[in-house]
Design a protein around this ligand. Structure first.
Ligand code: AR6
Length: 175
């Protein structure tokens, strides 16, 4: 499923982001860049120890911001690590979630990475409700594409499972 935003394809797919053939893949990290479960665990396992070695040098990343490392053995050239909010139903949750997408796209644009794959940030261990997260995510991705006009060929959301895909498909119809 996809939608054209300017010259950029915004694509929804279902699958495992570690297999994505985009130039950059985004990791749903924690602010200590310490590794963990979910997508974070899968990316470090598939990409190998070089990624964690660079994360250690960087040290940390505040919620809503993004940092970049090698992608090790992955097909991607770079991994962008961003930190979504732990969902608590606070008014700042959507802003922090949007910032994670926006800052990741700004970083990709700055590095000349023209294709970027995201997982559904914050909707696993961090507990952000899927429907609400999908709206914020796609709104922020659209804004990030428009802000970095001409910098991306494709921005892809790689969704894990049918429920996540359905939530994003519905939100895509609303942006
Ligand atoms: N490819 C794509 N999506 C995936 C994959 C995969 N291989 N594996 C899981 N998902 P989560 P968060 C989906 O928990 O909520 C970690 O421990 C998953 O179904 O990975 O941002 C970090 O170290 C869910 O929809 O990230 C942090 O401590 C989505 O990815 C914390 O979890 C995000 O789930 C971050 O929590």
């Amino acid at each position: 499923m996809e939608k054209l935003i300017g010259q950029t394809r915004l694509v929804l797919t279902q699958g495992d982001i570690t297999q994505a053939d985009t130039e950059a893949i985004v990791n749903a990290a924690n602010s200590r860049l310490a590794g963990g479960g979910g997508v974070d665990g899968a990316i470090h396992r598939a990409g190998g120890p070089e990624i964690m070695a660079e994360c250690r040098k960087i040290g940390s990343c505040p919620t809503g911001e993004a940092v970049i490392t090698t992608a090790g053995r992955l097909k991607a050239k770079k991994v962008i690590h961003t930190v979504g909010p732990i969902y608590r139903g606070r008014p700042e949750d959507p802003r922090l979630l949007a910032n994670a997408y926006l800052n990741s796209l700004d970083l990709a644009a700055r590095y000349g990475l023209r294709t970027v794959a995201f997982p559904s940030l914050s909707t696993g261990a961090y507990g952000y409700p899927l429907e609400a997260a999908a709206k914020v995510a796609l709104g922020a991705v659209k804004q990030g594409i428009e802000k970095n006009s001409g910098k991306f060929d494709e921005v892809r959301l790689v969704l894990f499972g049918q429920d996540a895909f359905d939530a994003y498909a519905q939100a895509l119809g609303q942006i």
